[in-house]
Each structure stands twice: as structure tokens, then as C-alpha cells.
Design a protein around this ligand. Structure first.
Ligand SMILES: *Cc1c(COP(=O)(O)O)cnc(C)c1O
Length: 386
């Protein structure tokens, strides 16, 4: 197989540290659902599922049946899979047959799920997502009594796996009033379950930010996305954690697991006054040495880094010169001696004593961490390292 123009390395030890930290935070007896939507936030579903299982995770949450299928291919037998988002009617048979749990947020869906579960002779595993104030998906309170009745009547064919909701903005403390009110509404739904003696197997409402900042939102399971990848959901959540530490230890317990690398494709000298790359975006003000790198915006390297970003070569920062092209860009290596073709280049991550964080891209390109990560092409090979 020929080589790709860049590669991503994923650190197993960092992921294990993150999962252990999350476990400590949420306490014993709470299950972690590893959220692997968007190709595991760009990390690569296939590799990430294997790594998470190694760290003891046995529940995965995907946004679609398409992603769930990728998890199904990567997981080992013991792990459960849950679809939080789109599941087309045509794929319900597939989900039931494969024991995949899925969200239901409309009453109308239940009779169809029942019909299919009975036809297949396999119980469906359903999480009822309820509307509490985010107004994305979520069942309205008005449909809930009938839903509980239906689930009670057909408990043999439809397993009431979970009762869940999602917070709209738990990462920001200015939303606290909203989070509190969403949680209160969730408790109303729970009360109804208790009244009708129709309890879900698992209650789960917390994402990373809620699980780390609002302990009372941690029920039987938490759905952890961004934090398991080593990112704090926001500065608010990070500083809260630091405060809880009493300032004793200011090293972040969350570790980035992702390093993105390529190598130098060519090295050339450019005379003062010459332009580099397309147009006149960069003009050499003195004689300089430039390294050509074999990737560009079509490979997930944001065009907004043109003339602004930098990469690491021999542990030193090499600034981007000129525009990021579709599949090439150039960096200034005049100050780095002996750069040769094939030299390792770090685009994101650590090299010697320097680090490039995804968040530095955010500063330059206005791309959120999650957005930048989730745009990384699935075609870039991902490799698990120690
Ligand atoms: C994305 C998502 C999560 C995970 O959110 P993080 O903030 O990344 O932890 C949890 N629940 C639902 C429904 C989601 O869509």
C-alpha cells in the first residue's frame, strides 16, 4: 500500500489516563458511554473504539446508524452501541437485529418499532429522549404518559433501556439557569416513571461539561465526548476543576491523545524579492530557505493558517509562508539548520520541547476545537501508539 501525505498517531496511555480521570470524577458505579460521533471527533472511530475498550469502556454512542455500523465493526463482543441521532426507518431492522440501542423521541415511532421487534423476534432497546429545554430532539411532555403506557404494555418486545436528555450549553456557567431548569424538567419525567412503576434501566443526561461541573447530573451513565479526547469543554470547566483542586496541582489531568504528522517533501532556497506560492501573498524580504509540505486544505489543514500558522521541525517552530494550497504548503526553515527531505514535521502535537495545540488553530482560523478535529479527512491513516 502506498503512503498517505500525512498521518495521525493516537496515544493509548493518554486515553487511559483521561478515562481514569473521568472515572474518578464521576465516582464508582457510573457507566461511561464513549461518544464517538464525527469519526470519534476526528480521531478515527475504528482505532478509537479499540483504544477505549482497552481503557475499560464498554458503551459507545454514535450520532447515526452509519457511525454505529463502524463501531459495530471495530468493537469486541461485550460492548454496547447506542444511536443518539438519525436512524432511518429502513435501518430499524438492522439496529434491532444487531442489538443496537437507539433514541426514540416521537411517540409515533414506537408502534413501528414494536411491529419490527415482534417480526424479528428480537426485543428492541430503546432510550426515550425527552424535551427539557434545548429544543433539538426530545419527546414533548404531552406524549410521555402514552409512551410509558405503551412501554409497559410491550415490555417484552421493547426494552426501556434509558431515559435521557441533552443540555444546551453546560460548558458555560452563564447558562447555569438553563441547565438547572433542564435538569428540573428531567426530574419531572423521572417522577412520572416512578409513579407508573415504569423505570428506565439507565438514566443519563450528562455530557462532559455537566459530568465534570454538575455532580447532581451524574446518574447511571454519562455520555463523554470532548473530555475523553483530552480537551476541557471550556475554560469555565477547567478553572472549576483547578479551584476544586485548591490550586495544589496545576497540571491538567486531561491529556491530548492526538498527534498529526507529515514530512518534508522538498527544500528550496528562495531569493529576496521572490514570491512564494500562489499570487503575491508572501514575498521574501531576504534570502530564505523554505520547506514544502505535501498536504493542504483538502487534507484538513485549514486555509485560514495561510501566512499565520506554524509547524514543528526539529522541535522548532517553522512559520507558514504564503497560502495553504489544496495539497501543498510552504514553511520557512531559514532558522533551522540541516532540514532535509523526509524530515518529520509535526502539524499538531508535541515535538521535542514544543507543542502545537489544536486551540492555536482556533485562534487563527475561528474553527472550534471540535469543528477542526471533526473535519479531518477519514482517509488520513490513524495509528495507535503507546
Ligand atoms: C455530542 C454529544 C455528547 C457529548 O458531548 P461532549 O460535550 O463532547 O462531552 C453527549 N450527548 C449528546 C446527545 C451529544 O450529541
Amino acid at each position: 500500500m502506498v503512503r498517505h501525505s500525512s498521518r495521525i498517531e493516537l496515544s493509548q496511555s493518554s486515553l487511559t489516563k483521561n478515562i481514569n480521570f473521568i472515572r474518578k470524577k464521576i465516582g464508582p458505579g457510573v457507566r461511561i458511554s464513549s461518544v464517538v460521533k464525527a469519526n470519534a471527533y476526528g480521531h478515527g472511530i475504528h482505532q478509537f473504539v479499540k483504544m477505549a475498550e482497552k481503557a475499560g469502556v464498554d458503551h459507545f454512542a454514535a450520532a447515526s446508524a452509519f457511525e454505529a455500523e463502524e463501531v459495530l465493526e471495530a468493537r469486541s463482543a461485550g460492548s454496547d452501541i447506542m444511536i443518539m441521532g438519525i436512524l432511518y426507518k429502513e435501518d430499524i431492522d438492522w439496529a434491532i437485529s444487531n442489538g443496537i440501542e437507539f433514541y426514540v423521541f416521537n411517540y409515533e415511532r414506537l408502534p413501528y418499532v414494536l411491529e419490527r421487534a415482534q417480526a424479528l423476534g428480537i426485543p428492541a432497546k430503546v432510550h426515550i429522549e425527552v424535551e427539557t429545554g434545548a429544543n433539538r430532539t426530545g419527546m414533548q411532555a404531552s406524549e410521555f404518559p402514552d409512551t410509558l403506557k405503551f412501554l409497559k404494555k410491550h415490555a417484552k418486545d421493547i426494552h426501556f433501556k434509558g431515559l435521557c436528555t441533552h443540555f444546551g450549553g453546560a460548558e458555560s456557567f452563564s447558562n447555569q439557569f438553563k441547565i438547572t431548569s433542564q435538569h428540573e424538567r428531567y426530574k419531572e419525567f423521572l417522577k412520572q416513571c416512578e409513579k407508573r412503576k415504569m423505570l428506565p434501566e439507565i438514566r443519563h443526561i450528562a455530557c462532559s461539561a455537566a459530568a465534570l461541573a454538575y455532580k447532581d447530573t451524574v446518574y447511571d451513565m454519562v455520555r463523554m465526548g470532548v473530555s475523553q479526547y483530552g480537551f476541557w469543554p471550556s475554560p469555565d470547566i477547567y478553572y472549576l476543576h483547578m479551584q476544586e483542586q485548591g490550586g495544589r496541582n496545576n497540571v491538567s489531568p486531561l491529556k491530548r491523545i492526538f498527534t498529526w504528522k507529515t514530512d518534508v517533501m522538498d527544500v528550496r532556497d528562495v531569493r529576496a524579492g521572490e514570491f512564494i506560492g500562489y499570487g503575491t501573498a508572501y514575498q521574501a524580504t531576504q534570502d530564505m530557505r523554505v520547506a514544502v509540505l505535501p498536504l493542504g486544505y483538502s487534507n484538513g489543514y485549514p486555509r485560514g493558517q495561510s501566512n499565520r500558522g506554524y509547524v514543528l521541525i526539529k522541535g522548532k517552530k517553522a512559520p507558514v509562508v504564503g497560502l495553504i494550497n489544496m495539497n501543498l504548503f510552504m514553511v520557512d526553515v531559514s532558522h533551522i539548520p540541516d532540514v532535509e527531505v523526509g524530515e518529520e514535521v509535526v502539524l499538531v502535537g508535541k515535538q521535542k520541547n514544543n507543542t502545537i495545540n489544536i486551540s492555536s488553530f482556533t485562534q487563527v482560523t475561528q474553527l472550534m476545537n471540535n469543528e477542526m478535529l471533526s473535519r479531518l479527512p477519514a482517509a488520513i491513516p490513524r495509528k495507535i501508539v503507546k
